[in-house]
Design a protein around this ligand. Structure first.
Ligand code: AP5
Ligand code: MG
Ligand code: ZN
Length: 214
């Protein structure tokens, strides 16, 4: 099963993708997480990506496409994957379709997690991410058992550099300009599904399972 998660920054793509990956036993591939891991490890790719990410801008298509094509070669991708944060532009979607067509396969479904801009800024300020395992929490909607400590691995939680309110607004603008057109792109291909992302995260997941099947 090859699944794409669409949605604004903070819509809950990562939250839902992790749940999908665990239920359907496919890898969760988040380009944002891959970039953040590269930044943390001080790689060349990380240095390049950081200059864009800190401004709320997209990393150039070439860098992202090469990265994701390499990732697909890994053994765990044999039975599909859930893509979170890729594709994010029309050229990225076209590059993906081309690569999959060459391999004799295609995307099965694109799930758009629908959340209005007003809800987003509120969510981002409360998000906390684990420095160890990348788990995501929210101080109100999805708190950890112990304040500031990851439930899964016990490491420290941080506010992401790009979650400052002014950067969040910039990311939303970039989303509307460059990523939202993908909704139409996948609608035209007949594989777009919409879920309401404003309800409780378990109810969002139930709607997704309804689409994907038990
Ligand atoms: P990326 O890491 O992909 O960030 P994003 O798209 O901005 O999305 P987020 O991760 O911020 O949000 P999310 O939808 O995953 O929400 P989450 O589940 O965490 O990308 C970061 C940057 O990397 C980009 O700006 C760009 O520079 C670069 N980049 C990455 N991919 C790229 C690409 N393909 N091309 C070019 N550049 C690229 O949830 C958010 C919060 O809400 C959490 O606290 C969560 O607990 C909470 N929450 C989730 N669901 C609910 C709910 N139902 N109710 C209440 N709270 C909820
Ligand atoms: Mg995410
Ligand atoms: Zn952790």
């Amino acid at each position: 099963m090859k699944i794409i998660m669409l949605g604004a920054p903070g819509a809950g793509k990562g939250t839902q993708a992790k749940m999908i990956a665990s239920k359907y036993t496919i890898p969760h591939i988040s380009t944002g997480d891959i970039f953040r891991a590269n930044i943390k490890n001080g790689t060349e790719l990380g240095k390049k990506a950081k200059t864009y990410m800190d401004q709320g801008l997209l990393v150039p298509d070439e860098l992202v496409v090469d990265l994701i094509m390499d990732r697909f070669k890994e053994a765990d991708c044999a039975n599909g994957y859930v893509l979170d944060g890729f594709p994010r532009t029309i050229p990225q979607a076209e590059a993906l379709d081309k690569a999959l067509a060459e391999a004799g396969t295609k995307v099965d479904v694109a799930i758009n997690v629908e959340v209005p801009d007003e809800n987003i800024v509120n969510r981002m300020g409360g998000r906390r991410a684990c420095v160890g395992c990348g788990a995501t929490y929210h101080i109100v909607y999805n708190p950890t058992k112990v304040d500031g400590v990851c439930d899964t691995c016990g490491k420290e939680l941080i506010l992401r550099d790009d979650d400052k309110p002014e950067t969040v607004q910039k990311r939303l603008n970039v989303y509307h300009e460059q990523t939202e057109p993908l909704i139409k792109y996948y609608t035209n291909k007949g594989i777009l599904k919409e879920v309401d992302g404003t309800v409780d995260m378990n109810d969002v997941f139930a709607a997704i399972v309804n689409i994907l099947g038990e």
